[in-house]
Design a protein around this ligand. Structure first.
Ligand code: HEC
Length: 388
């Protein structure tokens, strides 16, 4: 089998696609057992660990590891596309690929959040409370949006969003982003998928091994650990936390500015970059046919940053890995005080309903005034043995 050039270029994009397929398959299996009800969800997820059903536990843990790795590959894929300056390809198809790639991050993030809520243990409950609080920071529309999210939330709707609505949106975007292009290639989509599956084998093996040796904790462990004795496992919830971190360290308007507006502004600017550049180019040509000095200059400048063959490749390699390393190092650092198993030390099923499993009057903000207090919630997450 001969590997054409594009396999190396889009290795991590292809990897994310193959992992998505595996995520779909393991997810179909999990839906056969999951119960989307407040009182049964947790038990229905725990049953994989309680019986001798080893394959069930393994698939459940794979499903979480795959989620983590999909995000990892998406970050690397996005960085590499950025460095290859793909936003300078101004033909219509390339622009659509750039835009849909950026848009795909939305259903992926929503799949992560809704997936974390499904098991309905304390971290799920906490996340379900934090998301409305987060959007509640938006001026004017925020409070109404927050109320809508709380009112609309039911376990069943969250489940339907996770297994039907969000995957459907993702498939439509994926079709525009990669399938339509792959279909036109020699051998079509099958060949594209097969080749990427073959070159993804090392990562698939890593996941299979990780899922056996480092199970992601959702169930209460046999011996309940002390609050800070939990394991520091790279769990998918870390990715959601990164937007919440400013809310812990910055006060007043600065927190939503860093966590919400700046993130949104950068995101929008980036996904529409080829469209803005295209417009600029057209304008420049109208003013001065044949010449678009600024645009050429811009290209030239970017091209000059990384110059010749090997050095250029090395610089690109280092940039991707240093940036990805910094993002993941920061995530790890931020989650270090909150061990993945830490919540179970106080919130475990042996403690009975209320503190053992999230209360069922959870929508009642009068009874639970702390739920509106993002600061308390975050500090309880990061320093559970201090703030509670
Ligand atoms: C040291 C024990 C302890 C640990 C560890 C702990 N909690 Fe708690 N948690 C409590 C107690 C006690 C309460 C009830 C506080 C109250 O109502 O005053 C609580 C309440 C909560 C609430 C509900 C708040 C409310 O008012 O209803 C959430 C959500 C929560 N914890 C999430 C978590 C998460 C997520 C973790 C792990 C990161 C965690 N907890 C770790 C002791 C703990």
């Amino acid at each position: 089998m001969r590997f054409e050039k594009y396999h190396g270029r889009y290795y991590f994009g292809g990897l994310a696609l193959i992992l998505l397929l595996l995520q779909f398959l393991s997810g179909v299996f999990l839906t056969l057992f999951y119960q989307p009800h407040l009182l049964e969800a947790y038990a229905s997820v725990q049953q994989f660990y309680k019986t001798d059903f080893a394959v069930g536990a393994w698939l459940r843990d794979s499903h979480r590891w795959i989620a983590f790795l999909i995000f990892f590959s998406l970050v690397v894929h996005a960085l590499r596309s950025l460095l290859r300056k793909e936003f300078l390809n101004l033909e219509k198809r390339s622009r659509v690929i750039w835009l849909t790639g950026g848009l795909l991050l939305l259903p992926m993030g929503a799949l992560l959040a809704s997936g974390l809520i499904l098991p309905w243990e304390w971290k799920s409950y906490w996340l379900m409370e934090m998301i409305p609080n987060y959007f509640g920071q938006i001026p004017y529309a925020g409070p109404a949006l927050k109320q809508f999210l709380i009112d609309a939330f039911t376990m069943n709707r969250n489940f339907v969003a996770h297994v039907v609505i969000l995957p459907a949106i993702a498939i439509i975007l994926l079709d525009l982003h990669v399938f339509s292009k792959a279909r036109k290639r020699k051998g079509g989509l099958h060949r594209y998928l097969l080749k990427h599956a073959v070159i993804s084998i090392p990562f698939i093996l890593i996941i299979a091994v990780l899922a056996v040796y480092i199970p992601m904790p959702t169930a209460d462990p046999e011996i309940i650990p002390m609050p800070l004795e939990g394991a520091f496992i790279p769990a998918p919830e870390w990715f959601v936390l990164i937007f919440l971190v400013p809310f812990m360290y910055f006060k007043n308007a600065l927190a939503p500015f860093l966590g919400l507006y700046l993130a949104l502004a950068l995101y929008l600017a980036l996904i529409f970059l080829p469209y803005m550049l295209g417009r600029y180019k057209k304008d420049a040509e109208r003013r001065e046919p044949g010449g678009d000095a600024f645009f050429k200059e811009f290209r030239h400048l970017l091209g000059n940053v990384l110059k010749v063959g090997f050095m250029r490749k090395l610089a690109a390699f280092l940039t991707v890995f240093v940036t990805a390393g910094a993002v993941f190092g920061f995530l790890y650092y931020q989650t270090y005080p909150s061990p993945t198993l830490g919540c179970n030390s106080c919130h475990n099923i042996a403690m009975g309903r209320g503190i053992g499993a999230p209360p069922d009057h959870f929508k009642d903000r009068m009874q639970e005034p702390k739920l509106d207090d993002s600061q308390w919630m975050l500090e309880h997450w990061f320093y559970p043995n201090v703030v509670w």
